[in-house]
Ligand binder design. Structure first.
Ligand code: SF4
Length: 350
C-alpha cells in the first residue's frame, strides 16, 4: 500500500498542476505552508465548478479580500457581485457566513481539525477533509469524483456508484500516507484530472500502470460503474402575484441567463431546497392553499403562491405593473401560467 502512495508522490513531485491556492511540492517540502484561507476559498469555489473556471474568481477574491477578516467585513452585495457568473449562489452566501463565523468564533483562525471545520457554514464532509488535508497536512481521506474513479480502476471494482462509495473510500483511506497526506490528496486528484480521465485514461504514462487491476483486465474505460439516476429532484420556490386596484398585474422579465431566461413571469424567490422569501413589494400577503407544480427537464418545481392586492400608490422593488388591457396570460411560460391559473381568480377586479 505504502509503495503505491510513494509512487504517486514521486509522480506528483514532477507533474503537480500549478494552482493559485496551492503550494508546489518543492516549496512545501522546504517548509512553506499553504494559506488556509486561500485553500478554504478554493474548495468552496470548486464545489460544482471546474478548476479552470475557479482560477480567475479565486484571484479576484484574494485581491479584493486578501484575508478572512477583510472578507468577513465586506458588504454582502459586493461579494455577491464578485461571485456573479460562478453560479450556485448559495456558495457565496455561505462563504460570507463562514468567514464571519471564523472571525467571530475562532479569532480569525481556521480551525485545524476536521470536526470543527464541519461546524462551519458551507463546509460539508468533503470540504472539511480537503481543507484538513491540503491546508494542515492531516491524514484525512479526501474522496471526490476523481478519487472514486481512480480507486475503482486501480482495484477493478465493478460494483456501481453510489453504492460502492464506502468501499472506494476505504481503499482511498488505506492508501493515504501519514507523511505528506496533503500532497498525496492533491496527487490523486491531479492523476484523475489529467491521466486517469473519465473517457480515455492514459494508462501508458500513469505512475500506477503496473499495479492497476483495471488496466490489466482491460476494463478501465468502463469504470466506475454507476447506478442509473433514479429520481428527478424537486426544487421549491415562491411566486408573488400582485394586483393593483386598477387591475394591473406586477410582472418582471426573468434574467437572460438561467431557466426561462428573458421570459416574463411573476417576481419570485430562487428555486432550491429551502428558498429565502423575496417579496417584491411591502404588502399584506396571503398564501394560497394550493401550489403550482411544473416539471422541467432535470427537476420538478413546486411553487408556493403568495398574493397581494395593492393600491395605486404601490411602489414595487422589482418588476413593473402591466395594464389589465395589455396583460396576456398566454405570453407567460407554462410554469408561470399555472401560477396565474391558481392565483388569478383570487384577485378579482376591484
Ligand atoms: S493505469 Fe490507467 S486506469 Fe489505472 S489508474 Fe492509471 S490511468 Fe487509471
Amino acid at each position: 500500500m505504502r509503495d503505491l502512495s510513494l509512487q504517486l508522490l514521486d509522480w506528483y513531485d514532477v507533474h503537480a498542476r500549478a494552482m493559485p491556492w496551492r503550494v508546489p511540492p518543492d516549496a512545501r517540502k522546504a517548509g512553506t505552508l499553504p494559506n488556509p484561507y486561500a485553500v478554504w476559498m478554493s474548495e468552496v469555489m470548486l464545489q460544482q465548478t471546474t478548476v479552470a473556471a475557479v482560477r480567475e474568481y479565486h484571484n479576484k477574491f484574494m485581491s479584493l479580500w486578501p484575508t478572512v477578516q477583510e472578507l468577513a467585513a465586506a458588504e454582502d452585495a459586493d461579494v455577491m457581485a464578485a461571485w456573479a457568473g460562478l453560479g450556485y449562489y448559495a456558495r457565496a452566501r455561505n462563504l460570507l457566513k463562514c468567514a464571519r463565523a471564523v472571525v467571530d468564533n475562532h479569532d480569525g483562525i481556521f480551525p485545524q481539525n476536521y470536526e470543527t471545520l464541519l461546524t462551519l457554514p458551507g463546509i460539508g464532509p468533503y470540504t472539511a477533509a480537503a481543507i484538513s488535508s491540503i491546508a494542515f497536512d492531516l491524514p484525512e481521506t479526501v474522496v471526490d469524483g476523481n478519487v472514486e474513479r481512480v480507486m475503482a480502476r486501480l482495484y477493478d471494482i465493478h460494483h456501481p456508484l453510489p453504492g460502492s462509495k464506502p468501499a472506494l473510500t476505504e481503499k482511498a483511506r488505506a492508501l493515504t500516507p501519514a507523511k505528506r497526506p496533503g500532497d498525496y490528496a492533491q496527487a490523486v486528484m491531479d492523476l484523475g484530472a489529467t491521466i486517469c480521465t473519465p473517457k480515455s485514461p492514459a494508462c501508458g504514462i500513469c505512475p500506477w500502470r503496473d499495479p492497476c487491476d483495471a488496466r490489466i483486465a482491460g476494463t478501465a474505460a468502463e469504470l466506475p460503474k454507476k447506478t442509473p439516476k433514479k429520481k428527478t429532484p424537486t426544487r421549491f420556490g415562491i411566486a408573488y402575484v400582485v394586483r393593483r386596484s386598477d387591475g394591473a398585474w406586477l410582472l418582471e422579465t426573468r434574467p437572460e441567463s438561467g431557466l426561462l431566461g428573458g421570459m416574463l413571469g411573476w417576481p419570485g424567490s430562487e428555486w432550491g431546497d429551502a428558498p429565502d422569501p423575496a417579496p417584491p413589494i411591502d404588502a399584506d400577503w396571503q398564501t394560497l392553499n394550493e401550489e403550482a407544480r411544473h416539471t422541467f427537464t432535470h427537476f420538478h418545481l413546486r411553487l408556493t403562491i403568495m398574493t397581494a392586492a395593492v393600491g395605486m400608490d404601490a411602489s414595487p422593488a422589482r418588476g413593473e405593473f402591466v395594464n389589465k388591457a395589455d396583460f396576456r396570460p398566454t405570453a407567460l411560460p407554462t410554469a408561470m401560467r399555472k401560477v396565474f391559473d391558481l392565483a388569478g381568480p383570487t384577485l378579482r377586479d376591484s
